[in-house]
Design a protein around this ligand. Structure first.
Ligand code: IPE
Ligand code: IPE
Ligand code: MG
Length: 260
């Protein structure tokens, strides 16, 4: 079937392509190993509809479920979702507590599907200060899915890029203090190994929804050479076709890593 624009060439996909065509197109090329997403715009989505912000978070959970399925379908090895930052604690108390209970429920209810899809859940962030119910929920699902060998889902929760680097610096300082490591010996590899998920490759592609052109304290060390893709679409409206479109765009880029 000759569909306009569905050439085998990698790169930006024509706007008229549907989800199935986009999927076929991106699958014909090398799929990135690791995609990270700043899931932004839940509040605006709700406000535009005259709804309370938490209604946007509820829809945002559904969008996350859709994208986890799409990432699995696509065959990604790693998907990192920015769910709650260390700065998000500064939001009104009722928004924070609703977000916590939404997350707690979502994590529990996802377990059967994660198992069926062979998805492994891991937490990116530290558990200090996280309500016990949420912490136990994440730990339980991470434990149950630990031997799954398909997609690894990294949930960036109570995550801050600066916090992560501070934690790594502390760990290295302890090693220096113990006489295991000299200050001059510290290399990029030592820092990388002291991060929360040292065994996970840096993201190839970073997506941000809702149009903001900022990093908001996400994966500061890891995104040194990550490709960015920003869409005005608000997170609750972001679907599988949007993910495939971002990947198609990524596939058409030349990564140079400072070379020629
Ligand atoms: C992202 O949506 C979800 C979280 C940060 C938890 P926001 O809540 O930031 O939505 P906007 O950016 O205010 O629209
Ligand atoms: C980043 O979004 C954090 C998450 C998506 C979890 P924010 O909405 O918190 O970021 P800013 O405040 O717009 O920079
Ligand atoms: Mg926001």
């Amino acid at each position: 079937m000759a569909v306009k624009g569905t050439s085998a060439r990698a790169g930006a996909a024509p706007a008229e392509l549907g989800e199935a065509e986009l999927l076929a197109r991106v699958r014909a090329h090398r799929v990135p190993e690791h995609v990270a997403i700043i899931m932004d715009g839940n509040g605006r989505w709700a406000t535009r509809r005259g709804l309370p912000r938490v209604a946007g978070h509820r829809e945002g959970v559904k969008a996350a479920r859709t994208i986890i399925r799409a990432a699995d379908t696509l065959g990604l090895r790693f998907l990192t979702l920015y769910a709650f930052s260390t700065e998000n604690w500064s939001r009104p108390e009722d928004e924070v507590s609703t977000l916590m209970s939404l997350l707690e429920r979502a994590i529990h209810s996802e377990l059967p599907e994660l198992m069926a899809r062979n998805v492994r859940l891991r937490l990116l962030g530290h558990t200090r200060g996280v309500p016990a119910g949420v912490r136990r929920g994440i730990e339980h699902v991470a434990h149950e899915t630990r031997n799954n060998t398909g997609l690894t889902l990294l949930m960036a929760f109570n995550y801050g890029g600066r916090d992560e680097i501070v934690d790594a610096v502390r760990a290295l300082a302890r090693r220096v203090q113990a006489g295991e490591l000299g200050p001059e010996e510290i290399s990029e590899a030592h820092v990388a190994q002291a991060l929360y998920a040292a065994d996970v490759p840096d993201p190839d592609l970073l997506i941000r929804t809702s149009g903001e052109m900022r990093v908001s304290n996400f994966l500061l060390w890891q995104i040194a050479y990550t490709e960015f893709w920003v869409t005005p679409t608000l997170w609750p409206d972001f679907g599988a076709a949007d993910l495939y479109r971002a990947v198609a765009d990524f596939q058409g880029r030349t990564r140079r890593f400072g070379g020629v």
